[in-house]
Design a protein around this ligand. Structure first.
Ligand SMILES: Cc1cc2nc3c(=O)[nH]c(=O)nc-3n(C[C@H](O)[C@H](O)[C@H](O)COP(=O)(O)OP(=O)(O)OC[C@H]3O[C@@H](n4cnc5c(N)ncnc54)[C@H](O)[C@@H]3O)c2cc1C
Length: 483
């Protein structure tokens, strides 16, 4: 069943809102003397049922803030009307991907006591051009890729898991193994249609309403709800060849990663720490991909002959480009089947300055056990800082920057609190070295932390908030502005 079909089913069993009581601050299914009518909507505001439970949860399963209603927009105008209504009556509002639970890990998209907008209801692909696509914000990257690949095109950077919404990753960053060449997904957005915190529908781009465009990408949902995006596409060959090589030494792997991102010989570069087969500590696995057209296969020796572990343990796997891009899907299906998807995920995702990466990452790994990760993956890979041009995508200084992610599963679930505390301690060490937290992480943040996080850009961020969402209606779950 597609999302629209699912939503229709959910609506049949949910109480729709008819009125709002400003004096009591509550929504009501029936109007009375104390209520005012809500605006006419093409879709519906829902007061009860499974959609509200979904909106009070996320992939982290650590924080739960119950909204009082979920808007299923029938059009972008519903969002505009709701935000104007929220401004008038001091109601908090936030967008959420809501596809099988949102993929944030620490309540970032939840709106306790407010209204969650289920962006997955807006899911149309409007246009696929020669080097761009125009899509609703609720479209998932996997759906876009399915539509573009028959024409030999793909978004240039894809997250490891592509069942994420275009509005969601455009609000946070969207990093993957192609980032060293193309930047993050936010750097490949060409134009946005947004509804600001004041309820204005605006089209923004590098040339139109530039400040808004710069604020909204990686703006953590603070300034506007993205309703439609024009995103870059590039030509891609139909096949991908994946190489793996193992290293006992982290510095040896990162040296090879830096060499191959410098000379640009691969199309995708990532790496992992995995449990050492010897029983203690970690080994390091580089993951490299070259795209190709059958008949013009990559030259394996030219590509991997000078890796420092060579000759050794390279594994070559050929697969269609789509299977490569969607490679996490079978694992996700398995995790869902065994119930692990529903366990808490106190993830920590960090951006580490290149010049301290080996020491910092090694230090953290030396203190990390399999019990701390719940067998979840650990990602380590560099990308070029200069390729990331989105102003509020806050990263450390320096030429290269590393993504270092400990994608924990709390087993048993009661461990989640302790793991969040470990994340916080790791974050503090990272911060002191000039590193940054990726905002999707489970790391508690207070006002001072946000101030430190944005550094010199804090005032720009705050001024943009005052300009585009002066009543602080949007996305309270990030905990940035609390007035
Ligand atoms: C298995 C898995 C793998 C992942 N792999 C990667 C990866 O490789 N690289 C990577 O960068 N990330 C990755 N992520 C994280 C992902 O990018 C974030 O979870 C992100 O939040 C996108 O998820 P979402 O579409 O569910 O958005 P949500 O979690 O619903 O939203 C993210 C934030 O954006 C806001 N928001 C949502 N929609 C809109 C909108 N239309 N307009 C304005 N604000 C909006 C929300 O309020 C929230 O603050 C992964 C997550 C999972 C669960």
């Amino acid at each position: 069943m597609n999302r629209r079909g699912f939503l229709r089913g959910a609506l049949a069993s949910a109480a729709a809102v008819a009125a709002y009581s400003p004096s009591r601050g509550v929504w009501a299914a029936k109007p009375d003397n104390d209520t005012i009518d809500i605006p006419d909507l093409d879709g519906e505001l829902v007061l009860a049922g499974s959609l509200l439970d979904e909106a009070a949860d996320d992939f982290g399963h650590i924080i739960s803030a119950a909204p009082v209603a979920v808007l299923i927009p029938g059009s972008i105008h519903d969002i505009r009307k709701l935000i104007r209504f929220a401004n008038k009556h001091d109601i908090k509002v936030g967008g959420m991907s809501m596809i099988g639970n949102t993929h944030s890990t620490y309540g970032q998209s939840q709106v306790g006591g407010g209204v969650v907008i289920d962006m997955s209801a807006l899911c149309e692909i409007h246009e696929i051009g020669a080097d761009y696509a125009v899509v609703d914000a609720g479209v998932r990257w996997v759906e876009l890729l399915q539509a573009t690949l028959p024409q030999g095109k793909s978004p240039p950077t894809l997250t490891d898991y592509i069942d994420l919404s275009i509005g969601g990753t455009s609000s946070v960053g969207g990093i993957g193994g192609q980032a060293f060449r193309h930047g993050l997904q936010v750097d490949n957005v060409l134009e946005l249609q947004v509804i600001t915190g004041q309820g204005k529908l605006v089209t923004c781009s590098p040339t139109k309403h530039k400040k808004l465009f710069h604020a909204v990408r990686a703006g953590l949902g603070q300034f506007a709800i993205i309703v439609r995006a024009r995103v870059r596409l590039v030509d891609v060959p139909p096949m991908a060849r994946m190489y793996h090589a193992y290293y006992d030494d982290l510095a040896a792997m990162t040296a090879d990663q830096e060499m191959v991102i410098d000379d640009d010989r691969f199309d995708y570069v990532e790496g992992f720490a995995e449990p050492h087969p010897g029983g203690t500590g970690w080994i390091y696995k580089i993951e490299l991909v070259k795209y190709f057209t059958p008949g013009d296969e990559p030259d394996d020796v030219a590509l991997t002959g000078d890796l420092s572990n060579n000759p050794g343990t390279e594994v070559v796997t050929d697969m269609p480009y789509f299977d490569f891009a969607n490679r996490i899907a079978p694992l996700v299906a398995f995790l869902k089947q065994i119930g692990a998807w529903g366990l808490p995920h106190p993830w920590i995702d960090m951006f580490v300055p290149g010049d301290v990466a080996n020491g910092f990452i090694q230090g953290v790994l030396d203190q990390t056990t399999l019990a701390d990760t719940g067998q979840g993956p650990i990602l380590i890979y560099p990308f070029k800082r200069a390729k990331v041009t989105t102003p509020f995508m806050t990263l450390p200084d320096g030429e290269n920057c590393y993504l270092f992610s400990i994608l924990r599963t709390a087993v048993p679930p009661e461990l989640a609190g302790q793991l969040v505390a470990k994340n916080r301690a790791i974050y503090e060490d990272l911060r002191d070295l000039g590193g940054k937290r990726y905002a999707i992480s489970s790391v508690p943040f207070d006002q001072q932390d946000w101030h430190d996080h944005f550094g010199d850009q804090w005032w720009d961020f705050a001024v943009a908030k005052l300009k585009y969402d002066p009543k602080n209606v949007l996305t309270p779950g990030q905990g940035i502005f609390t007035w």
